[in-house]
Design a protein around this ligand. Structure first.
Ligand SMILES: [Zn+2]
Length: 258
């Protein structure tokens, strides 16, 4: 540390006053330096200690980026039946098929989320990346049959993973999708006829159990066809709203019991 440069005797009064100020300044600086050298977050207990520890913790970033850079949140979107050996999923008499509708919707979801700064993996039905997949969430997009069943062949269905480590987080993901998708599209939720293909969906078993996961059937090709085929952007908006609800921890009510 340099010594004060003020020692001119012809300006002794001013010089000594400046010296005293400097001395005080240096004393305070020395005291602060000593305090911070010996400072430990453990000096504080409870929440304040935790907060201070968090502030002082090194911000590790594997890419070696600047400490203030936040990594984009990673989200996995499976486009149902995509690249599964020509499997079209549900097919209508005129050839309109679920595979193509799923891919249109999933691609729109990807675009819309990427535009908001999220890091999206658009995944095939049996994408090798699903093994041990880690992300903020995984969502698989499918659609229901084109068969002429009855007037109830309309609406959307949801199932979430039972393999996830955190059931509450998974319930939140389902609740967000249920609420935001239903509001955006106006479709009813169909809690009946949720098959084992949904509840025990293969990707749920493949991914890392720390990743919350769900599968959605966004509608029926039979009665919801005009929405799915003519307005896939609305379908995608509904999914995006559900995903954003989850990743932004927005307020949402649990799915009501049927
Ligand atoms: Zn399907």
């Amino acid at each position: 540390m340099a010594t004060p440069a003020f020692s001119n005797s012809s300006r002794s009064n001013e010089g000594s006053r400046t010296g005293r100020i400097l001395q005080t300044t240096f004393s305070v600086a020395f005291l602060l330096a000593t305090l911070f050298t010996g400072f430990s977050p453990k000096m504080f207990s409870g929440n304040f200690g935790t907060i201070i520890s968090g502030i002082m913790a090194p911000q590790l970033d594997g890419g070696g980026a600047a400490p203030t850079t936040l990594k984009p949140v990673r989200i996995g979107i499976v486009s149902g039946h995509w690249a599964n050996g020509g499997d079209p999923g549900a097919v209508c008499p005129d050839g309109t098929n679920e595979h193509d509708i799923n891919l249109t919707i999933a691609s729109l979801v990807r675009q819309k989320l990427e535009a908001r700064g999220y890091n999206i993996d658009l995944l095939q039905e049996f994408d090798p990346r699903l093994d041990g997949y880690q992300a903020a969430l995984l969502l698989s997009i499918h659609n229901d049959t084109c068969d002429v069943i009855d007037a109830e062949a309309t609406g959307f269905k949801l199932a979430s993973s039972t393999y996830s480590r955190d059931k509450n987080l998974n319930d939140r993901l389902s609740a967000c999708l249920y609420d935001r998708y239903g509001r955006t599209t106006g479709l009813l939720y169909r809690s009946g006829n949720i098959t084992v293909n949904m509840t025990d969906y293969h990707a749920f078993r493949a991914i890392d159990p720390s990743t919350p996961a769900a599968i959605i059937e966004t509608g029926f090709l039979y009665l919801d066809r005009s929405l799915l085929v003519d307005h896939p952007d609305v379908v995608a908006d509904g999914i995006v709203a559900g995903v954003l609800c989850f990743v932004r921890s927005e307020s949402v009510q649990p799915i009501p019991n049927p």
